[in-house]
Write a protein that binds this ligand. Sequence first.
Ligand code: NDP
Length: 291
Amino acid sequence: MIVLDGKKTAQEIKEEIKLKVTAMKGRGERVPHLAAVLVGNDGASLTYVGSKVRSCEQIGFESTLIRLEEDITEEALMQEIHKLNNDDTLDGFIVQLPLPKHINEERVLLAIDPKKDVDGFHPANFGRMALDLDAFIPATPFGIMQLLERYKVPTSGKHCVVVGRSHIVGRPISILMSQKGPAGDATVTVAHSRTQNLAELTRQADIVVMALGIPEYLTANMVKEGATIIDVGITRVTDDSHPKGYVIKGDVAFDEVAKKASFITPVPGGVGPMTIAMLLQNTLLAREWRD
Ligand code: NDP
């Protein structure tokens, strides 16, 4: 059994990007610049944005954090987005989700210039991705593809069951793994909350991608011997014995499933760290595509 080490792989990707940034600087070129918009004070969002900004600094990108009040109006936020779209010093920006309830998330995401949409959430990027064109691929599925490719996990002709059909994880990874090319060429089944006899499906799978957000849902009796298991889930579970008062759990009962798996991602330290690395990769691409 091989653990797909997302922390190590993400670090390698960051080092590769850092080398490119150093070369850019050496040539006197402008380095990539990422901005992050954070509305309100949600604890988890603050943590995520904080680590994105820190990662930018580590690899030599310029970064800007734009913090806006929780009660900002939708129109004021839209104006901020237009400003960022027109800011020539910026290569890409992200709007940290979730947004406060009074703001229409879809309207905000649609307002982002697809050329700066390094999260890859805009329909223009999603459509381009689905049509095999150059696009910003959403960071989490992009990270999964990189892990599969770099660890040379066999995917061609394999049966992959993706559990979850969200726009940011399940749907895009199902498209990517069925496309031609590295980490692709799989036969993909997409499962969701209406799927019947899920365990029957996952037991047939060579690869299972769990992206539903229910802690330790996938148990050993639901997988076949030698399967590859990708765990996207991140759920905070209350645990008073832990200093933080919670632990992070994935969608896979890791200890028991690992015994049957050929490759498996841990949580934490699997898909999570890859997500930030691929956001940085998208920002580098945004910078390169502007030339
Ligand atoms: P969503 O809540 O948007 O989607 C969950 C999906 O799981 C839905 O398609 C839902 O089906 C399906 N589902 C729910 N219950 C079941 C069930 N019992 N059986 C089968 N399918 C079910 O979640 P996300 O895709 O945004 O996130 C999934 C998990 O991944 C979360 O834990 C999230 O925190 C984590 N995540 C991790 C990231 C990382 O960087 N590692 C990045 C993004 C997310 P239906 O469509 O029918 O409702």
